[in-house]
Design a protein around this ligand. Sequence first.
Ligand code: GTP
Ligand code: MN
Ligand code: MN
Length: 361
Amino acid sequence: LSAATEVRCSQMPTYACHRRTPLNHHNQTITNALEILARSAFFQESDVRYLGFTRAASTLKALPYKLQSVNQAKDLPWCGGHCMIVIQLLTGIYGVGVRTAQRWFKEGIRNLSDLKTMECKLTAEQVSGLRHCKDLQQQVTLEEAERVGQLVKDTLQRFVPDVHITMTGGFRRGKEVGHDVDFLITHPNENALSGLLEDAVGWLETQGLLLYHHLKKRKPALRSASSSMDSHETCYAIVALPSSSSPWNTDIEVKKCNSEDAERIAHPESPNSLNSRTWKAVRVDLVVTPQAEHAYALLGWTGSKHFERELRRYSLREKKLSLNSHGLYDLEKSCFLPAQTEEEIFLHLGLQYLPPSDRNA
Ligand code: GTP
Ligand code: MN
Ligand code: MN
């Protein structure tokens, strides 16, 4: 162990928003394992253990070198105590077990739970949507995300030609796969946004491209200083993304859906369509914000979840500023701090700007 390494360990900042967390880092195996443990703690509703494992994983993601020994971890923030013992086990003879657990987790628990969350949201009719779970278990690729983006753009521009759309979430942080595709929608004129999601949903439905959706209206009362709850108008959807080779491409003006296609979408496992499926079910989140809140929503919806959690914890504890995806509230001066860009928000928080690719905490 070199002295230089020791120094770097002790210099690791405790807040994730004080350090760079790239997508590709040096400790993937161990952070994967720690995140499995975090998930497992989450499902067991143990918040303390969930946060502990998440923080330890996040710290190791920011480490600029591969962890060589357990000793190296002991001075890192959040990596001592119980996590230390776990790291010791994981770096040792339990390596194979970890991989098995990971596969088990990937194939079982996560999907089962995903399914459960879905089930309570679906009506009897929509339970048929559960037949799309095979698709939803698959990762969404960047190429698919871009085609979803095109579809979302084409759809929204029918109603508001100069609407502004940004892809957020993991893809904005540079991920090449994701569990869904997230979009932020805005316009300088707030009135232009009113009813836009309903219109978009309605149109996608007539095209047979919407397998499920849940619209959440904006709740202005929730835009308060202390609320960490999000009250943007949001649409959680599952779209039927036409495959790239499908004649049913996103240039929908040219090729409209015929009744046969619609039937295939509505009953994907009917005998006729079993071998001729030309689409994939993809989860999509659409969030609408007024221009004034756009920068905050962009920061809030770009993630990662842990980065957001850390940013809020840091803001509140160190700066007495309450941050959510609508704005930033100064608790001492009792006022909101406006921002047009993410850079301005980092400035308000007294933080060095981190681009999305360094927010993979
Ligand atoms: P993958 O989709 O798995 O690739 O990862 P992701 O980072 O894109 O995760 P996800 O789509 O779940 O969320 C993206 C970001 O939006 C994260 O920072 C979340 O914290 C945030 N987010 C997700 N759901 C909500 C919500 O209901 N309200 C608010 N304010 N933020 C949310
Ligand atoms: Mn996402
Ligand atoms: Mn999402």
